[in-house]
Write a protein that binds this ligand. Structure first.
Ligand code: SF4
Ligand code: SF4
Length: 425
């Protein structure tokens, strides 16, 4: 059923009786010349995703997901006392650590709540600078791209790629946090270039999943991402061009990251980058700044995932598909009309809620998630990624079982000085 405005244009709250708009099969250009190189298998049934169907948003309106526990899970993002318990990795200290990691993101969210916006999650990130009236002259898109990448690196982007806008990945509708309702997608026209950035999450802390301790790496990754995106967006707007910065809002990040050459899709449905494996947070900027585009990059992830089941075997609620890529969906939180590896988001989210924090066991145990903190470890990682991309991929898998650092580290290991207490890239 569609959300129709009531008397004073007040949107009707979403509910099981007032479901998100179902747009139906995509009416735009279904296929793109880049699809084959990116490994996208788009079917005629393809639909754009309605953001109101993601599991977190459904946790606010869908009775099949909502519960007091879910409410406490949301509140626990700000209140370490709610979920803390006497268990290694889940104490008040661990949740306080996690809260510290999320501060940058929480400040970003709070900034515009009074205006009915949730920047970075439901709405794009408001950019600090207005668009300058005078445009800085751009010598060539190629030169500007090189300069932008240098600028982004200084602002904290560890991976960066540029691609053209692709409406297929844009959410058909957005979430109206003020009314717990649906609202129209609101990305301005004419932003034809998409910059995708990646920032890493700390390897040692990720190894302590499942725990609130580990959630710090994710929270701090988001906070860094938010800062980097705003800095790049400000740079662009102060030069007289438009920029819309985005994290979990506006569009799907993984397909854009693949098109921009940042990596490939893994069985766990996350991006696997050649440089840092799945340990990256992604963000994007939609802009009219003249830029040249990057090519997508394949380095054997799909073939490797075909023989590897580390993530599906280690996922506690069995939310990760262990067969071939498929177009069947688990529920309305899945993309429709793409043959790919997808996960059962309902099972995954339920596990998160039961833990009182997030989960990243599938990142933790992915063979591409390696410690690269020393020169030697980095060289081994590069060798291993190369090997995993060859016909000897079973040897790479065997090596990971024999000498990889798969499995969980106790949070107390980290607190007691295990690993490096600085960001471990
Ligand atoms: S985050 Fe955890 S529950 Fe979700 S798919 Fe990964 S391992 Fe499974
Ligand atoms: S754990 Fe294995 S199957 Fe899962 S995403 Fe990583 S490489 Fe692919």
């Amino acid at each position: 059923m569609k959300n129709e405005p009531l008397g004073h244009n007040k949107p009707v709250p979403l509910s099981n009786d007032n479901q998100p708009t179902h747009e139906g099969p995509y009416q735009g250009q279904l296929h793109d010349p880049r699809d084959e190189a990116c490994g996208f298998d788009i079917l005629p049934s393809f639909e754009r995703f309605n953001k109101n169907n993601d599991t977190y948003n459904r946790g606010r309106w869908d009775e099949r997901i909502m519960s007091k526990k879910v409410l406490d899970w949301f509140r626990g993002m700000y209140r370490p006392d709610i979920a803390a318990r006497d268990r290694d990795g889940y104490t008040a200290k661990d949740f306080a650590f996690r809260l510290g990691g999320w501060v940058g993101t929480n400040l970003l969210i709070e900034r515009n709540l009074k205006n009915g916006r949730v920047d970075g999650y439901q709405d794009d990130i408001e950019i600090y600078s207005q668009t300058a009236k005078e445009k800085v002259e751009i010598e060539s898109p190629e030169k500007m791209s090189k300069e932008l990448k240098r600028v982004a690196g200084i602002f904290g982007a560890e991976l960066i790629g540029i691609t053209s806008a692709d409406q297929r990945w844009h959410y058909s509708h957005w979430y109206d946090a003020d009314h717990n309702a649906e609202k129209p997608a609101n990305l301005p026209e004419g932003l034809n270039n998409t910059i995708v950035i990646g920032t890493t999450m700390d390897h040692n802390i990720i190894k302590t999943y499942p725990s609130a301790t580990a959630g710090t790496a994710v929270g701090f990754g988001y906070s860094q991402d938010a800062n980097t995106l705003q800095a790049i967006g400000t740079f662009i707007q102060a030069m007289g061009y438009r920029a819309v910065a985005s994290m979990n809002d506006t569009a799907q990040k993984v397909p854009y990251a693949i098109q921009a050459g940042l990596g490939e899709n893994g069985r766990h449905s996350m991006l696997i980058s050649e440089e840092f494996g799945p340990r990256v947070r992604l963000g994007q900027i939609f802009t009219d700044l003249p830029l040249s585009f990057d090519e997508s990059k394949r380095f054997g992830v799909k073939e490797f995932c075909t023989i590897c089941r580390r993530c599906s075997d280690s996922c506690p609620p069995r939310a990760i598909h262990d067969g071939e890529p498929q177009d069947e969906i688990y529920n309305q939180s899945n993309f429709v009309g793409i043959r790919k590896w997808s996960i059962d988001n309902e099972k995954c989210f339920k596990f998160w809620v039961n833990q009182g924090t997030d989960c990243g066991i599938c990142i933790r145990d992915c063979p591409y998630n390696m410690d690269t903190s020393t020169w030697l470890k980095q060289k081994y990682y590069q060798f291993w990624v190369w090997l995993a991309g060859t016909r000897l991929r079973r040897l790479a898998l065997w090596l990971d079982y024999k000498i990889g650092d798969g499995g969980r580290k106790e949070p107390d290991w980290w607190w007691s000085g295990g690993g490096d207490a600085t960001l471990n890239k």
